[in-house]
Design a binder for this molecule. Structure first.
Ligand code: HEC
Length: 215
């Protein structure tokens, strides 16, 4: 026998001891007597490798229980829960502090960065605003949004409020707060502010008694 075949048989012996698999061809020895419509069952033993894992988990559970029992002052699920909740709350507070305009209308300021204005412009098309106000905001069914005359107010907070809550009843400007996210409404309002004073192709005559920016 050369070294290789010795290795193979050692491996085979090891596998056999780990699996206790019944030799093929001798299944008759471990066949159980019951027969379900031709389906028969072999009485195989549980493989030792599996049983070993099972016993190890039992042993670990005993040590685990003991350590939880003795260390419950320092480490408990309740404490872990409280710590995680506190961490989560701190993260929420930090997010609120970093994004005040998302949580309180009185904190809204017009965004001026290019990315936000580009998003506002895209939303103006995507959310169908252009259908009534025209793509250059000159106005058709809805009023011109580039002049300084406003029905409901032209500062960013008023514009945000109009987009969120809608115009006067029956005029056609619906409340968008249930269909457009708060962040997107801020982007839309900022875009409209940024279009202040531009020259649309066919501007609709000024409407409204509120002048903003004031002359
Ligand atoms: C179906 C037509 C229609 C659509 C769509 C529409 N609007 Fe309007 N919008 C109007 C009308 C009409 C008014 C005037 C409301 C009033 O008289 O109370 C108005 C008013 C406004 C005002 C206030 C103008 C002022 O003078 O105070 C703003 C701002 C505005 N719309 C923004 C938007 C935005 C942003 C969108 C898209 C999310 C949008 N609108 C979609 C018809 C529309």
């Amino acid at each position: 026998m050369n070294k290789n075949s010795e290795n193979i048989s050692a491996w085979k012996r090891f596998m056999k001891s780990m699996t206790k698999a019944h030799d093929l061809g001798t299944e008759e020895d471990i066949m159980l007597d019951h027969d379900y419509d031709g389906i028969k069952e072999l009485d195989n033993v549980l493989p030792p490798w599996w049983l070993a894992g099972f016993y190890i988990t039992i042993a670990i559970s005993i040590f685990y229980y003991i350590q939880v029992f003795y260390n419950s002052e320092e480490y408990s699920q309740a404490e872990e829960f409280a710590t995680e909740i506190a961490e989560g709350k701190a993260q929420v507070e930090a997010y609120k502090a970093a994004n005040p305009q998302l949580f309180d209308d009185s904190n809204i300021v017009a965004l001026t960065d290019e990315e936000s204005l580009a998003k506002g412009k895209a939303l103006f098309t995507e959310k169908t605003c252009f259908a009534c106000h025209l793509a250059d905001l000159g106005g058709s069914i809805g009023p011109n949004l580039t002049d300084n005359k406003w029905i409901l107010g032209g500062d960013v907070k008023s514009i945000f409020n109009t987009i969120s809550k809608g115009g006067r009843p029956g005029k056609g400007m619906i409340a968008w707060e249930s269909t457009i996210s708060r962040e997107e409404r801020i982007q839309l309002a900022s875009y409209i502010v940024s279009m202040q004073g531009t020259q649309p192709a066919t501007p609709k005559a000024p409407e409204g008694d509120i002048t903003w920016p004031e002359e």
